[in-house]
Unconditional design. Structure first.
Length: 367
């Protein structure tokens, strides 16, 4: 929820099914498990993304050998209904992600350094309690740190935020925090203030609020975290499940926005994404699936980035042609989200067919 930042601890899942002939491979416990070679090759194609057809025979065989080791271990875990991976399986996913990252650098213009996020420490500037109607009460004894910060421009940002979103949008928010970690780093974040996800906090770095269009995008992205992770959408529990999208300590409900999004777009390669220390090269492998690079972080960030552009862009009549555009079209299945979109676009003065976007580098973090 923040680079726009919800760091999602994330989640597990399920890859593809298929059919074919079987040959052998060994599980690490020493028990022999038959592997469907045709199915394994089809699943590996999903893992390769845009690397498919680019590799030498030797490179492809190295990836296939690793997949033939990994696949039966993953399949056995899923058959047993276990969400959490063993250390051995996690290491294998890491090896696969590292190998594909090397190939991505070679063939797709990847970067061994990835995004290069620094995550410097945050300095709190001011904290306010949000009351009914959006009224703010400063924290008792609050003083502003040195550096030229004062209350007036911060409160102007709050007025701007409430003017962008529909009336009552912040009714479930208890706290507003202003912080800074320097320009071009974390822009904003949201987080729960209780254990159930019923009450929330929103935080903003005013150093990154100078680009008006990017500020609007950030507010929408962070608010989408609240929309997709509040107590009507997810349960906060240690009882993880394979039935819906999970992050550590969070289980989405069947029919929730995030689980529907995950089931539609992410089941094939989530485990690979989670194994990446940095998802820049993963993004390049699946370039056509994401509206921007930050969306490739995980399903939580992807749905929030996609929702932002769903609100700010006109509907694409050719959305079926690309996965990223299908993601924007996904939200039209929910009348309440279409109503939200209409209200925000009205607040921004956007006419039918208008687009509202900035040229800001979307590699910057929103949590």
């Amino acid at each position: 929820m923040g680079l726009r930042r919800l760091s999602a601890g994330l989640l597990a899942l399920i890859l593809l099914t298929g059919c074919g002939k079987k040959t052998g491979s060994l599980l690490p416990q020493g028990g022999e498990a038959e592997v469907d070679q045709e199915e394994a090759r089809a699943e590996l194609e999903v893992q390769l993304g845009l690397l498919s057809g680019e590799l030498t025979q030797e490179e492809y065989q190295a990836a296939l050998d690793l997949w033939l080791t990994l696949k039966p271990i993953r399949d056995q875990r899923l058959e047993q209904g276990e969400w959490e991976k063993s250390d051995y399986e996690q290491r294998l996913w890491g090896r696969l992600a590292d190998l594909l990252d090397q190939y991505t650098v070679t063939y797709l213009g990847g970067d061994a350094q990835g995004f290069g996020y620094q995550s410097p420490p945050e300095q709190t500037l001011a904290v306010y309690t949000i009351s009914a109607g959006g009224a703010l009460t400063p924290r008792e004894g609050q003083t502003f740190p040195s550096g030229g910060w004062s209350e007036e421009p911060l409160l102007a940002l709050w007025e701007d935020m409430t003017g962008i979103l529909p009336e009552g949008a912040f009714d479930d928010f208890d706290r507003l925090t202003f912080f800074t970690d320097g320009p071009g780093e974390t822009v904003a974040w949201v987080w729960m203030t209780d254990q159930e996800g019923a009450r929330w906090e929103i935080a903003l770095d005013p150093e990154d609020a100078g680009d008006r269009a990017y500020f609007v995008e950030t507010v929408l992205h962070e608010y989408a975290h609240y929309l997709t992770l509040n107590d009507t959408q997810a349960d906060y529990t240690q009882e993880q499940t394979l039935d819906t999208y999970n992050e550590y300590g969070m289980v989405t409900r069947p029919g929730s926005y995030l689980d529907d999004f995950y089931q539609t777009f992410w089941t094939g390669y989530l485990d690979q994404c989670l194994a990446c220390d940095d998802t820049y090269n993963f993004f390049l492998r699946f370039y056509d699936d994401f509206i921007d690079a930050y969306a490739s972080t995980d399903p939580s960030e992807d749905i929030c980035e996609s929702f932002t552009y769903f609100v700010l862009r006109p509907r694409d009549p050719y959305a079926y042609q690309d996965v990223w555009s299908q993601k924007l079209d996904f939200f039209y299945s929910y009348p309440e989200l279409v109503e939200f979109r209409t209200a925000v676009r009205g607040n921004l003065g956007l006419a039918r067919g208008d687009s509202y976007e900035s040229g800001y580098d979307s590699g910057a973090e929103a949590a």
